[in-house]
Write a protein that binds this ligand. Structure first.
Ligand SMILES: Cc1ncc(C[n+]2csc(CCOP(=O)(O)OP(=O)(O)O)c2C)c(N)n1
Length: 660
């Protein structure tokens, strides 16, 4: 018996509505509406191998409308991915099920990225499409030639990030990016006419995209559009005129099918209407076999691809695996050691943003997979170096992306670059604008991606630009994100060490906060050991019986050392600790922590920003010195004075506290 197209797409529809019904929560409308588009894509166009979901040249498929997660889980199960069984689908939205409420990235599962916050998947797709172009340039179009397909919803396109990401994609002419827009004109509140009247054709054409429109329930039209899009020399948006909740007699075309179970009675009516006689989760063997055939084609595709590599040059495979698949960093330690020794000898006073530039310049000598960039401001945050080669639409043979003033788009794109595999992205802006990147930073952390955020102008120390530009609560906010290392180095030695840790942290993103103003070289001795690895270390002690422990980060380590001198002149002994990374320090053994921060001394923390993340270190008798109000516009030394952060004032505070 030959299997009809709609039997394949109905398998998706019923797995989706039955799983949502069993879980008693979820979003059935979107998978029902986009089942025909997804089936057409998987059946005729998507090049993937469920037996090797990590195949580097696979086409990427991203469900940016992550609320329709059952669409993705059904596709992966049906096409033969080992990661998702029918039992997993029955456990949709239950603890520990891979079929979580929204798709959660898991390497090797077929789930290419975590989606749910609308718009993020679009940004990730831009990063993946850029990564494909970069690797194509390196290895040749016969070896890297995959496409990136996305399903995006009304909500995805309403979000501001979609503008940033799509505009960048158009500018870079990412021709291998194809977005299916689930144009069902429904969102949670009802018709999208309540809130949007964009002309999508004009919008996307103005970005430099191709725009096509299809009936989302017509296999031939969809397939033809995909073929046309694959030949375009621009990215393409295929507007798919779909019916949300397709097949539901009472709920199709309505918001009521968007985000809640259809209910047993309505599901019975859908079964009748779509002539689906099977029990929940029972897919007839012949339909399963047909879907399996779709997945099985991938094995041959990958085999042919391997043959083409071997024919071309087996060395290419070695390089691809070593550098881009296993992300070999073998010379990194030597480079960092070389640079540390060099600067120990010269002891330069530099702003840490300049220190970071020197670090990037030397690291990029040895890491071809290192891809930098900045949301404008590259000359201010010092992300561009003499080794930076600009990537543009004519030439992807570079290592630096001008993201334009698009912080959010940049961060989501960097997630995509990291997800593609092998590439190590870093990107910069001012620390204050980390807030504009925050939703994507959170996803870097949630997915465990090695993405490095370079945030300069990290305090009131930026001076005259004033309170709109002076970060106060940003470090505390970033430190509150799980699985994110927030570094604030104090000199060139620490900056090099923080960079080394960030690059070695394969499953943790990093923020490196950097100063605009100069700092002196503070490292007391040249050691091979990476002192920042423990998060905090002793810089200088005036006596082993110290009355005061000063803990500072970044530019305030210099201030702490000056206070230490003042205290010594008054016969008060102290220890200065630099804490470039709280997260790493908090993970040390109790012994290490107790040895470093002596509880019997007066503990004083010092950072020119919110004290929120420092309160845990002082117990009940210390001092948290920082700023818990907005900054001021003035030369920076005056602002430090205004907020009582000078050596004299701090020394007085401490003396007063000791007398209490
Ligand atoms: C950034 C963000 N804001 C809000 C939500 C909550 N939310 C989930 S789906 C949705 C909109 C649904 O409309 P649409 O995108 O058209 O999806 P469809 O109804 O077609 O499934 C919203 C607001 C979200 N997931 N992400």
């Amino acid at each position: 018996m030959s299997i009809k197209f709609n039997q394949l797409s109905n398998a998706i529809r019923f797995l989706s509505i039955d799983a949502v019904q069993k879980a008693n929560s979820g979003h059935p409308g979107m998978p029902m509406g986009m089942a025909d588009v997804a089936t057409t894509l998987f059946k005729y166009h998507l090049r993937f191998n469920p037996k090797n979901p990590n195949w580097i040249n696979r086409d990427r498929f991203i469900l940016s409308a992550g609320h329709g997660s059952m669409l993705l889980y059904s596709l992966l199960y049906l096409s033969g991915y080992k990661s998702i069984s029918i039992e997993d689908i029955k456990n949709f939205r239950q603890l520990n099920s891979i079929c979580a409420g929204h798709p959660e990235y898991k390497k090797g599962s077929g789930i290419e990225t975590t989606t749910g916050p609308l718009g993020q998947g679009l940004g990730n797709a831009v990063g993946m499409a850029i990564a494909e172009e970069i690797l194509k340039k390196k290895f040749g179009p016969s070896i890297i030639n995959n496409k990136t397909y996305v399903i995006a919803s009304d909500g995805d396109l309403m979000e501001g990030i979609s503008h940033e990401a799509m505009s960048l994609a158009g500018h870079l002419k990412l021709k291998n990016l194809i977005v299916f827009f689930d144009n069902n004109k429904i969102s949670i509140d009802g018709s999208t006419s309540l809130s949007v009247s964009d002309n999508y054709k004009k919008r996307f054409e103005s970005y430099g995209w191709s725009f096509l429109e299809v009936n989302a329930h017509n296999e031939k039209q969809i397939s033809k559009a995909i073929l046309k899009a694959s030949k375009s020399n621009k990215p393409t948006l295929i507007s798919c005129k779909s019916v949300i909740g397709f097949g539901s007699p009472n709920k199709s075309g309505k918001a009521s099918s968007h985000g809640s179970p259809l209910g047993d009675d309505e599901i019975a009516l859908v079964r009748k209407k779509l002539k689906w006689i099977n029990k929940p989760f029972a897919i007839p063997q012949e339909i399963l076999d047909e879907w399996k055939k779709i997945g099985d084609k991938g094995e041959l595709l990958e085999k042919k691809w391997l043959e083409s590599i071997n024919k071309k040059n087996p060395k290419i495979k070695f390089e691809l695996e070593k550098t881009y698949i296993n992300s070999d960093l073998n010379k990194l330690e030597n480079i960092i050691e070389r640079e540390k020794t060099k600067y120990f000898d010269s002891k330069p006073s530099l702003a840490t943003r300049q220190c970071s530039m020197l670090a990037i310049e030397s690291i990029s000598e040895i890491l071809p997979q290192f891809i930098g960039g900045s949301a404008d401001l590259s000359g201010s945050n010092n992300t561009k170096t003499n080794n930076s080669k600009i990537i543009n639409y004519k030439n992807f043979d570079g290592n630096y992306i001008h993201y334009g003033v698009r912080e959010h788009g940049m961060a989501a794109t960097m997630n995509g670059l990291a997800l593609y595999g092998g590439l190590v992205p870093y990107g910069g802006t001012f620390l204050i604008f980390s807030d504009y990147c925050k939703p994507s930073i959170r996803l870097s952390a949630l997915m465990g991606l090695r993405v490095i955020y370079i945030f300069s102008h990290d305090s009131i120390g930026l001076g005259e630009d004033g309170p709109t530009h002076q970060p106060i609560e940003q470090l505390a906010g970033l430190r509150a994100i799980p699985n994110l290392n927030v570094f604030r180095p104090a000199d060139i030695n620490e900056t090099l060490e923080c960079w080394e840790i960030a690059l070695k942290s394969k499953n943790t993103p990093s923020v490196i906060a950097l100063s605009r103003q100069k700092v002196p070289y503070i490292n007391p001795n040249n050691s091979k050991k990476n002192k920042c690895e423990n998060g905090a270390y002793e810089v200088k002690i005036t006596s082993h019986e110290s009355n005061v422990t000063l803990i500072a980060s970044g530019t305030e380590v210099e201030l702490a050392l000056k206070v230490q001198n003042n205290l010594k002149e008054n016969n008060i002994h102290s220890k200065v600790i630099s804490m470039p990374c709280m997260e790493l320090f908090d993970n040390q053994s109790e012994k290490y922590k107790k040895n470093l921060i002596e509880e019997n001394s007066l503990i004083v923390t010092l950072e020119a920003g919110s004290i929120t993340s420092w309160q845990k270190y002082i117990k009940n008798k210390g001092l948290n010195l920082g700023i818990d109000q907005f900054g001021e516009s003035a030369p920076y030394k005056e602002i430090y004075d205004h907020f009582n952060l000078t050596e004299e004032k701090i020394t007085n505070f401490i003396q007063k506290k000791l007398r209490e």
